[in-house]
Write a protein that binds this ligand. Structure first.
Ligand code: SAH
Ligand code: SF4
Length: 361
């Protein structure tokens, strides 16, 4: 559905009965287009080494208190094996950003090894930052088929308030990377943080319009959580409260579900970190993907993008049945052993294939 900037601002500001109506409408839209099914991606937090310096993230290269690790191939494969045993259907490899050859080759090798191990049955999402077209293609050819690269904010000025303004942090390059991913054929996902310093409801409305005009297949949005070892920590008193950030994130999910009924939308861990039932609230607001963490315990504390990332995540760790039970309480169920591709992507692909056939004739 097409909504104007003003309509979106109004919906993001709803309270009371109007807020309940918004959430009901979003849930009804999701159930109509996607049914009550939730897809899982077993999250593998491959490495905390990062060459970038984003002002919000605990893994930024200038944070010398961050603990750095990179998993061995065996550790990654054992996570993938676990995902198969748990019937998750897909894994997602996420890490700090590096562009050196040793790193990019490792990802290629790991994607191929996961494909071989699972005889092609595991779907693979990557979230390994900005790369060249060649690297994105290499990873795609190896077998990755979904890629997550959050734009963080679609507003250029705000982008440079939360990133250094230098060659290593370019808003235009981020946009180009999203384009390149789409052209190569990935199901491409992006997203933003909600409740950033200097962010207004107008920025957020523009973010939703950006997702729609970019025809993304997937979106992930989560509340910003200040990290004490980062520059944005200084603004922690001036950002919206925890309740407001979670509430605004749920409104963003609900409005986007109405605007883009068939996309995959993840229930971000950051919601669960801030409120105990955050994961379920996001599913009720319109999200349809959960990413339970499969990383070995020894690394959890080191992958500290924001504080307490993993404390609140215990219920998702290897506890499919707990998640099953929780989701059942809100009338949802997990779709096991499937890739859970974005219906929006599959529809666009179908149209593309059809028009190719027509062209060929
Ligand atoms: N390095 C990759 C992937 C890892 S970071 C990348 O940056 O794309 C994954 C996401 O974590 C980021 O896109 C960002 O939206 C989110 N994130 C980072 N710091 C955060 C914070 N302090 N609060 C909430 N989310 C954060
Ligand atoms: Fe690195 Fe990603 Fe964190 Fe930026 S958000 S510092 S690229 S891990």
């Amino acid at each position: 559905m097409m909504l104007s900037h003003d309509d979106i601002v109004m919906l993001l500001s709803t309270q009371g009965g109007a807020y309940d109506q918004l959430l009901d409408r979003a849930l009804a839209t999701k159930l109509h287009y996607l049914d009550n099914k939730v897809h899982l991606r077993g999250l593998i937090e491959y490495s905390s080494v990062c060459t970038k310096d984003c002002f919000y993230c605990g893994l930024r290269s200038h944070n010398n208190r961050a603990l750095r690790y990179t998993m061995t191939d065996q550790e990654v494969l054992s996570c993938a094996r676990q995902a198969m045993e748990l019937h998750y259907g897909s894994v997602a490899i996420q890490c700090g950003e590096r562009s050196d050859r040793a790193f990019t080759d490792s990802i290629t090798r790991l994607v191929k090894a996961i494909k071989a191990l699972s005889h092609g049955t595991l779907g693979i999402t990557l979230s390994c930052g900005e790369q060249t077209d060649d690297v994105y293609r290499q990873w795609f050819d190896a077998g990755a088929h979904r890629y997550l690269l959050r734009i963080e904010t679609s507003n250029r000025e705000l982008y440079y308030k939360i990133h250094p303004h230098d060659d290593n942090h370019s808003f235009d390059r981020r946009l180009r990377c999203l384009d390149s991913l789409k052209k190569i054929g990935y199901q491409t996902g992006s997203g933003v943080m909600v409740g950033l310093p200097f962010q207004t409801v107008h920025h957020l409305a523009d973010d939703l319009l950006f997702f729609q005009s970019s025809q993304l297949a997937m979106v992930g949005m989560g509340p910003f959580i200040p990290h004490p070892d980062t520059p944005l920590w200084q603004y922690r008193e001036s950002i919206p409260s925890v309740e407001e950030r979670v509430g605004l994130t749920l409104r963003m999910i609900a409005v986007l579900r109405i605007m883009m009924p068939e996309i995959n939308m993840v229930s971000a861990t950051a919601n669960q970190t801030l409120v105990p039932n955050g994961r379920l609230l996001a599913i009720q607001a319109g999200a349809n993907v959960i990413m339970p963490n499969l990383s070995p315990d020894t690394y959890l504390d080191s992958y500290s993008i924001y504080p307490n990332k993993h404390c609140a995540d215990e219920t998702s760790r290897c506890c499919g049945s707990t998640l099953d039970r929780q989701l059942a309480t809100i009338g949802h169920e997990i779709l096991y052993d499937e890739w859970g591709d974005s219906k929006a992507f599959l529809e666009v692909k179908k149209i593309g294939e059809h028009s190719n056939t027509v062209d060929d004739e």
